[in-house]
Write a protein that binds this ligand. Structure first.
Ligand code: PLP
Length: 415
């Protein structure tokens, strides 16, 4: 009998690749990026959640001699060596969570994606459901539906209700779900909306989860990337204790522009959840060298203050540059004061209010070698809302990409 090339579960992954088309295009086109001299028609990514505006702020710190010591090369606690987690907990308490957190309640794995995958493995069984407000970060579907085999149940917010996820919306989603719902995954500040939630809004989400007896995971990976008037509030600061049903995810990927270093963080007081994470950490642990490197970032308060201020002001500048072009071109967008995105309303440029028409417009933009995240990927409730990342290229390239986008939209409205 011939040996099957892969297992049934391996085959399922190959038959339905998790990566959406906009990401496949991104990685293929990244080989030839825009360059005013060498590749003036080169690729401009507006689809990838990376901050490329702060390398010069990070570089002196990352390239400074850092005195790696022998233990960095050895096996250690797979959720992060204790001394590292003590420093990380001190940083998180001061800069992210708004109150102290015990090092035992902090765990690291290779990126927020790994944290989410393992956390939800611990919170729900295959076939069970997780509520995710939409529009949303596209990767949650890969994180939760891939190996964890969970069902993501979208909770659609719309512009008609100022994109708010109300308890009534959550109740309706929970009651209509055809699988048992174990958790809500709430992103704050929001990707893709750029919303910074007030303490009252967060309190409403917390109270809802307590009333309905579900876990609630707050994804706070953009906690420091806030550039507007509303200060970030971590859900940790609203409760003296998180209790066993509230969990917080953070990472170095966004606030420290280091998605390639793969360091994600869980804050949880649930001993059982932490125990599961410990059991699985070996397969997604961060390297000792990488943890040593990021430790240099979070233990230098003077540098941190300068870095965070510079990072915020650059994000704010880029956001204002995008808004100026969108305003001048009469393109509507959702107001936002955090993260790397503007949600742009291109419904008027669709041939018809269908997902096929949205895909056709996305492909027209791609012909100009500019890649936005289409609404289908962020699970918007209706076609035509595109996520534009304004931090993934330099200010000059941002300008060129926006001009390309506006040109395409002009030609669409003429045809
Ligand atoms: C809200 C949110 N959560 C998690 C992630 C995944 O981050 P990481 O690269 O650390 O896995 C992203 C990445 O874009 C994100 O936007």
């Amino acid at each position: 009998m011939p040996t099957p090339p892969v297992s049934r579960r391996g085959r399922a992954l190959l038959d339905a690749p998790a990566m959406p088309p906009y990401l496949l295009e991104h990685f293929a086109r990244s080989e030839r990026p825009y360059d005013p001299e060498a590749a003036p028609d080169g690729y401009i990514p507006f689809c990838i959640a990376e901050n490329k505006l702060v390398w010069d702020l990070l570089e002196p710190k990352l390239n400074a001699p850092r005195g790696v010591e022998a233990p960095a090369l050895g096996y250690a606690d797979m959720i992060g060596p204790q001394a590292f987690r003590a420093d990380l907990a001190a940083f998180l308490g001061t800069h992210v969570l708004g109150r102290p957190v015990a090092p035992e309640h902090v765990a690291t794995l290779a990126g927020a994606g790994s944290i989410l995958e393992v956390l939800f493995y611990a919170l729900a069984d295959a076939g069970e459901g997780v509520l995710v407000p939409t529009p949303s970060y596209a990767g949650f579907w890969m994180d939760l539906e891939g190996r964890d085999d969970l069902s993501v149940i979208p909770v659609h917010a719309t512009g008609d209700t100022a994109w708010q996820v109300t308890p009534a919306l959550l109740d309706a989603a929970l009651e209509q779900a055809d699988v048992p719902v174990r958790a809500l995954l709430f992103t704050t500040p929001n990707n893709p909306l750029g919303t910074v939630y007030t303490p009252e809004q967060l309190e409403a989400v917390l109270t809802w989860a307590e009333r309905r007896g579900v876990h609630v995971v707050f994804d706070e990976v953009y906690a420091l990337s806030v550039f507007g008037d509303i200060p970030f509030t971590s859900v940790a600061s609203l409760r003296e204790r998180l209790g066993s049903h509230v969990h917080i995810v953070w990472a170095f990927s966004k606030d420290f522009a280091a998605s390639g270093l793969r360091v994600g963080v869980l804050v949880s007081e649930n001993e059982a959840v932490l125990g599961v994470m410990n059991s699985l950490a070996y397969w997604a642990a961060c390297s000792g060298d990488t943890l040593h490197l990021v430790r240099q970032l979070v233990t230098d308060e003077a540098w941190l203050a300068r870095y965070v201020e510079g990072m915020r002001s650059r994000l704010g500048e880029a956001r204002r540059a995008v808004e100026a072009v969108l305003d001048a071109s009469g393109l509507p967008y959702v107001a936002g004061e955090a993260a790397f995105f503007a949600l742009v309303d291109l419904r008027a440029y669709l041939d018809a209010p269908t997902w096929e028409a949205e895909d056709a417009l996305w492909r027209r933009l791609l012909e100009a070698n500019v890649n936005l995240t289409p609404g289908s990927a962020i699970r918007a409730v209706e076609p035509g809302l595109f996520r534009l990342c304004f931090a993934s290229v330099s200010a000059a390239t941002l300008h060129v990409g926006l001009q390309r986008m506006v040109e395409v939209l002009r030609s669409v409205s003429r045809s």
